[in-house]
Design a protein around this ligand. Structure first.
Ligand code: ZN
Length: 205
């Protein structure tokens, strides 16, 4: 099987519990002496085998190999990737079965992570995720007061648009934000704006 490690928790002694997002599930695995295993790092894409355990309440993970990306040696990229992937862990905490969208999305982003601005990639991926989950709030009304939006909008967590005064927040050009909703592309946005949007994204999915 193949999947991204989205969380690692210490269990007893040097054993760890590894949470893996694969194409059809988010699952916890027990790994004996996992603390000694350098491949076990949040964000890593791994090939592995799952082995049901008679003794333990969760399956074991074994025969792990790491599928690396060139950017993994760039500290800043790695750190941003780990922070990005941790958002999936929180978001999919209660999911058991999963459609392939999430794994495919992460895989396509990981392939580009070293070549393009990671913040842009993260924002674009998040737009696709919101769209996939039917959470893109692009009907032209303020999420708070439910009246029509004007030229400038504020943005809440999950990129929910509001009147700037309804959340006492920063304001953005509505046309820029709605173009982002529609195209899932950040090409029309400058880096300063990307920084602001990325900050909203890091508040959580
Ligand atoms: Zn409002």
């Amino acid at each position: 099987m193949r999947g991204f490690i989205i969380n690692i928790r210490k269990a007893k002694n040097e054993d760890v519990i590894v949470t893996v997002l694969s194409s059809d599930s988010v699952k916890n695995y027990w790994r004996f002496f996992g603390a000694r295993h350098s491949i076990l790092q949040v964000g890593n894409l791994i090939d592995f085998e799952e082995k049901e355990s008679k003794k333990s309440f969760m399956p074991n993970i074994r025969s792990i190999s790491h599928i690396s990306f060139p950017w993994i040696f760039a500290y800043n990229h790695l750190l941003m990737w780990q922070n990005f992937i941790k958002l999936f862990e929180v978001h999919l905490k209660d999911a058991i079965e999963l459609d392939a969208f999430y794994f495919e999305l992460l895989l396509s982003v990981a392939k580009k992570w070293g070549k393009q601005n990671p913040k842009r990639l993260a924002i674009e991926a998040y737009m696709k995720l919101l769209d996939h989950e039917g959470r893109l709030y692009d009907n032209g009304f303020c999420y708070i007061c439910e009246t029509i939006l004007e030229e400038k909008v504020g943005l809440m967590r999950a990129f929910l648009p509001t009147h700037p005064h309804c959340i006492y927040g920063q304001s953005f050009q509505k046309k820029d934000i709605f173009k982002l909703y529609n195209t899932k592309s950040t090409i029309h946005l400058n880096d300063k704006l990307i920084d602001k949007l990325y900050l909203i994204l890091t508040k959580g999915f």
